[in-house]
Every structure is written in structure tokens, then in C-alpha cells.
Write a protein that binds this ligand. Structure first.
Ligand code: ZN
Length: 261
């Protein structure tokens, strides 16, 4: 005698996983449109975790008949996966199948609850935080390289100028590569800090003190801003640095031009 599931039990099993196969490596949708307008095609199976009859896979002698046909003993699978779990009962043990079942049910529930969006947001925040931390390191690193360059002996100022230019370019490249995560104003502040850094080294073998002072002020402002990152990965750009303020002025001037044209 077989302890088959009732029709309502099968339906509940299917609906609790949104009619998707519960095998985490499969996840196939098992229901779809029939060519007849009032019919559906079902390729899903309510499979028994412990077999429905003696000699079947994972049969449990001690189990009562009513438990064998209960929802607790069922798992919704596509036809292929329903066959698969009966080919290797060591691999597809009751414990493993119950794990699939609860994962699939949780997943189905989380889609309804929009947990996906929450998850997406939290990973976006994490990425933003990471990128800003990396940018902080990039700026610190570039700053110490420039300082080393100033004190380096046995090298012409032309070479210093070229090396300084490439150091600045590295920061700009990092910002460009990660511009999805970096706020415009932070990007501008950091690029602006390094854009004219090579000018510190003029053609004579001296450093331009004024350019150097400017650079140091901007490095401090950049690092301070990057340290103000919050738990969403956002930096407070309301406290404008001179570079940011200038950028905003330029933006405004440009938009005025747009209107005149
Ligand atoms: Zn499947």
C-alpha cells in the first residue's frame, strides 16, 4: 500500500516554493501555460522524503501512515530531480532533502517580502564603504610617494615632474574605474588634489612652495572627507572644501550657459 499525498497537500507543497524545484542546483519553474487557454502544464512532483511504500528510497518503518502522507514528508521537485534523489539515497538523505525544502521555502518567502532589495542595498553599501576605504588608501599612498619624491636625491626635476604626473594619474584611474560607487564631489576633490601635482616640480631644481602648500591642504581635506563615511557608504559633502565649492560654481556657470543657448 502506498501512502500518497492528497491533492491539497501536493498543491500546498508546490505553492510554498512558488512552484519551483527545491533542488538548490536546479530551481526550475515547474508550472506554465498550456496551449489551451484554461489549462496549465505542471512538470513538478511532490516527492516523498521517506518513501511512500516498503522498499522505496529512505523508507522509514517506524513512521505512521498519516505522517508518511503528510506535508512534512513531502518536497516539491521537478521530474528530473525527483528521479535524481532516488538514485543515491546516501547523497540525497532525508536530512539533505529537508535542508533543500526549508531553503526553498525561505527563498520563496524572502522574494515576497522584498528581502532581495534589502540584500541588494546592504551589499551596495558594503561595496561603497570598501571603495571609499580603498580610495583613502590610494590618496594616502600617493601622498607619501609625492613626499618621497620631494626628498629623493640624484634625480632631475624633469623626472620628478613625470613621476608626479603618473602618481596623479593612478588616483584618477582608480576613481574612473569605481565611479559607480564614488560620489561626484569626492571624486572631484581627490582628482583635483592630484591633477596639478607634477607642477610642484618646476624646471629649475626647486619645488614650488605655494603649489606644495596647496597640495598638502587638499590632501588633508580629501582624507578628512573620506574618513567621514557613514554606514551606507555615503560621505558628507555638505561641508565643502575650496575645490568642491569651485566645482559647484563651475557647474552653475555651465548650467547658466545652457539656458542662454
Ligand atoms: Zn529540478
Amino acid at each position: 500500500m502506498r501512502d500518497d499525498f492528497s491533492k491539497p497537500a501536493k498543491e500546498i507543497l508546490a505553492k510554498r516554493v512558488s512552484y519551483k524545484c527545491s533542488n538548490p542546483k536546479c530551481k526550475k519553474i515547474t508550472i506554465g501555460a498550456h496551449t489551451l487557454i484554461d489549462k496549465t502544464i505542471n512538470l513538478g512532483v511532490a516527492a516523498h522524503i521517506h518513501a511512500a511504500s516498503i522498499g522505496g528510497p529512505r523508507y522509514c518503518e517506524e513512521m505512521k501512515s498519516e505522517d508518511r502522507k503528510s506535508i512534512q514528508n513531502g518536497i516539491w521537485l521537478c521530474q528530473n530531480c525527483a528521479k535524481l534523489i532516488d538514485t543515491d539515497i546516501c547523497r540525497y538523505s532525508p536530512k539533505e532533502l529537508l535542508k533543500w525544502k526549508s531553503q526553498a521555502e525561505n527563498e520563496s518567502l524572502s522574494i515576497i517580502n522584498n528581502d532581495f532589495n534589502q540584500h541588494y542595498n546592504s551589499s551596495l553599501f558594503e561595496s561603497r564603504i570598501k571603495v571609499n576605504e580603498k580610495l583613502f588608501n590610494e590618496v594616502s599612498e600617493a601622498n607619501s610617494l609625492i613626499n618621497e619624491l620631494i626628498n629623493l636625491t640624484g634625480i632631475s626635476n624633469k623626472e620628478r615632474h613625470n613621476i608626479g604626473y603618473y602618481i596623479g594619474l593612478q588616483v584618477a584611474q582608480f576613481i574612473q574605474d569605481n565611479d559607480f560607487y564614488i560620489q561626484d564631489e569626492i571624486g572631484l576633490q581627490c582628482i583635483g588634489t592630484f591633477v596639478a601635482v607634477s607642477d610642484i616640480f618646476d624646471s629649475k631644481n626647486t619645488t614650488r612652495e605655494e603649489t606644495l602648500d596647496n597640495f598638502r591642504r587638499n590632501v588633508r581635506a580629501s582624507l578628512k572627507l573620506l574618513k567621514s563615511i557613514n554606514s551606507d557608504g555615503i560621505i558628507d559633502t555638505t561641508k565643502k572644501t575650496p575645490l568642491m565649492a569651485r566645482y559647484n560654481e563651475l557647474l552653475e556657470e555651465n548650467s547658466k550657459d545652457d539656458f542662454l543657448n
